[in-house]
Design a protein around this ligand. Sequence first.
Ligand code: KIV
Ligand code: ZN
Length: 518
Amino acid sequence: MKTKQAQNRVVIFDTTLRDGEQCPGASMGLAEKLEVARQLERLNVDIIEAGFPIASPGDFEAVHAIARQIKKPRICGLARCLNPDIERCAEAVAPAGKRGRIHVFLATSAIHRQFKLKKAKSEIIKLAIAGVKHAKQFVDDVQFSPEDASRTEPDFLAEVVTAVIEAGATTVNIPDTVGYAVPNEFGRLIAELCARVPAFARDVTLHVHCHNDLGLAVANSLTAVQNGARGIECTINGLGERAGNCSLEEAVMAIRTRADAFGVTTDINTREIFRASRMVSKLTGMVVQRNKAIVGANAFAHESGIHQHGMLSHRSTYEIMVPEDVGISGSELVLGKHSGRHGLIARLKQLGYTVAPAELEKIYARFIELADKKKNVYDDDIIALLHTEDLAGPQAFALDYLHVSTGTVLPTATVRLKKSGVVSEPASACGDGPVDAMFKAIDLITQEPGTLLDYSLQAVTKGEDAVGEVSLTVRFGKTLVVAKGASTDIVEASAKAYINSLNRYLFEQGQQKIKAQP
Ligand code: KIV
Ligand code: ZN
């Protein structure tokens, strides 16, 4: 019998580097796979499925290198129930020693048996048993997946599962390979399997592996957990074959946020989620949609005046999770035509301005006029607005002059900044590119160097003169700051975003000093 703690813990099996990489257009090289694997280790996933070693020399190399370099999670490789696959996989995971796992799979549904494998049920059982037994000669930790399990006859599925456990499988994974299942039906299938296979209550772990063809991968995985599954196979950003796999961040945050509904835990270090999401997006070129749950740019952004007022009074009015818990530095009150005075005052404060109540009405009227014309009102727009109102200068930095030279010469930037109406001396620096050179030149003036952790560029208007919005995550000391800047010139947008991140940091530092005073 499992201990109570083991009964309530859900294993997180990450397959970003295997099923995720099968997503059309998302392939990664060795260096990139290693970078993702290190981030998965920081996330504290239990198992990394690192690839399908027989598929290509590149896949073999990646699994082998990950098995050699990653020290904490189990490292798993995929293999069909064929001896050459299993042997190649065993060789690839060998450097992980006792943490190495071989994952063998074989389709079991009638459709696959008839049209793909052209084999009878009895042959399928024989092949599955032989595959598990062969894998057992190399590692103790063997996982078996009956591919297309959700479309397999339940009696035959239970028969296969029982047979592979007797052959030595330590984990059995139930895939919804084509994303066909719906939650209550999939939950019933898992509950039935748990009732029919006593080993799941003892020492064998039951996983689920859901695809998102109907947008139900997370719902199916969570319902499976409510019905006895204790492992979720998932990927960062839900990346994967066709419409993708169950998204790690959504499943983990649902389990954490609704502990009352699920009654289970994971060991994931959720504060590494955002970084993992941006890393995978950057390395695969698969952009995260703005309104994606947990990690989308809008996930913690509030625009309407009513919501902003609520958020400023108490975050729990409109937020069920704290953005810091997933590694985002704070909620964003997006200023647009739906925003109210409370949101505007809060942003002005953040930018280092205090505005007298008498002036606020004038500024608010101008702000609404501008917001009616523009989709997003950026920090720079607000600062420009204040300057046209000729208000007292802020304690914040602003860009005064920017020149970059790049091309076949060493990229160089010259920058001047303005603070409290005073323009700095120009500073020049070279860098790996124009943006890097410009950041270094800014650091020379401000003497508060930041470390760039994440950079993304997005067009917010269409056409040749499109406005580009740069979003940055910058670390100052131990503080992470997210900020944006926009311009038709991407180097200028980057400069504005970087300066905005510094202003936010300086403002937060000032606030903390005030709070710390007796
Ligand atoms: O979707 C699927 O069935 C798979 C198996 C190899 C587990 O990815
Ligand atoms: Zn899959």
